[in-house]
Design a protein around this ligand. Sequence first.
Ligand SMILES: [Zn+2]
Length: 144
Amino acid sequence: MNCEDAKYKCQLLIDDELNEEEIAPLMGHLESCYKCRDEYIGLLKLRRKLNGIKGPAPDEEWFENLSRNKGRRFAGGAGFILMVVSWLLLAGYALYSLFSDSGEGLFIKIVVAAAVVSVIVLFITALTDRIKESKTDKYKGVIK
Ligand SMILES: [Zn+2]
């Protein structure tokens, strides 16, 4: 076996792709040739280093934080919707009871109606702004 052959077979041995019957002749060459032995040792060290490197996979804590954030965002969204719906129902009820009940004066009715309508308009503009913002949000999907 010459040195060029041995170097090639060293690589195969490191990669665990060398045939069983070729291992003994290679070892014989490595025992007698210090150049190939050094090369083999260098390859072995490199392989050990590569095996020791872990991939850039995130750890368990990262995944846990991600799901926790999702839950919190869902709760925040549900709370916002619930608040809007309850406010609209309350405003509707206030308007209905005010106009079905004739005990109050017309001035009071107009003032309360204006207040309720202004709150509803504010809610609707805030809601549409929020929807518009979420559509063009360049940080969408970024964990806060
Ligand atoms: Zn050699």
